[in-house]
Design a protein around this ligand. Sequence first.
Ligand code: 5RP
Length: 253
Amino acid sequence: MQGIAQLSGKATDDMSDPDPSNDARSVAGWKRAAAEAAVADVADGMTVGLGTGSTAAFAIEALGRRVREGLDCRAVATSNRTADLASKAGIALLSLGDVAEIDLAIDGVDEIDPELRAIKGAGGAMLREKIVASAARRMIAIADRSKAVNRLGARALPVEVLPLARAFVESRLMTLRCDPILRRAEGQAVLTDQGNLIFDCHFADLGDLPALDAHLSAIPGLAGHGLFLTEIDALYLGGPQGVIRSERQPRPD
Ligand code: 5RP
C-alpha cells in the first residue's frame, strides 16, 4: 500500500475537515496559498502543466507574476479556459499535441485521500488533465482542506464519452453499479473542449479503485475518467495552519 510522508505542517492520518463551516474568503485564501507554494517549485527552463479550476487559476496568476519577474518557463494548458488565463498572464504556451514530457504539473482536485488518490473533473477537463499528469515527471495537487477525505466517492466520478458511444457507454457504466447522469447546463448537454459528453457517475461505493480504473478504461468510447490513482506525487493542502505538504512514498518491493 502506498503511503504519504509529511514534509511540513502538522502530520495527521485523518485529513478530513473537522469544521466544514469555513467562510468563502478563507477557502479562497487557502487555495491561493497552496497554489503559490506549488508555483514556488517552478524553476528556470521548466515546462509546466497548468490545471483547470479555481485553485489552478491562482497558480496561473502566481506563475504569471514569476514570469514577469524574469522566470524562463513554458506551459501546457489542460483546457481552453486555462489557456486563455495563461496567455493573459503572459505565460508562453506550447500546444499539448506537441509535448511528450512535462517537468511539473500543478492542478486542483475534487477529492483526495491520504494515499494521494483523487477524483478530478468537476470542471470537465479530466481527459487533458490526465494526459498532462501522465506526461509530467512530477505532479503537485493543490487544494484547500475541504478536498481532503479519508475515502474517495462522496462526489460523483466524471467520465468523458464520445457522443457516438453515449447509449453504449451509459449501459456499460450501469453494469458497474453506478448511476450515470449526463452533465447538462441550461437544458443542454455539456460538451468538453474535445466536443465529448460527460457522465457524472454516482456510486454507492467505488469499491476496489484499481479494478474500477481498469473497468472504466476498458470501455470502448469512454475517452477518459476522473479517477487519478497514481499520477499525483505531492499534495499541497491549504488550511488555517498554512500549507501542509504531503509526498507520495515509493511502493515497498
Ligand atoms: C477540473 C478539475 C479541477 O481541478 C477540480 O474540479 C478542482 O477545481 P477547483 O480548484 O475549482 O475546486 O478537475 O476538471
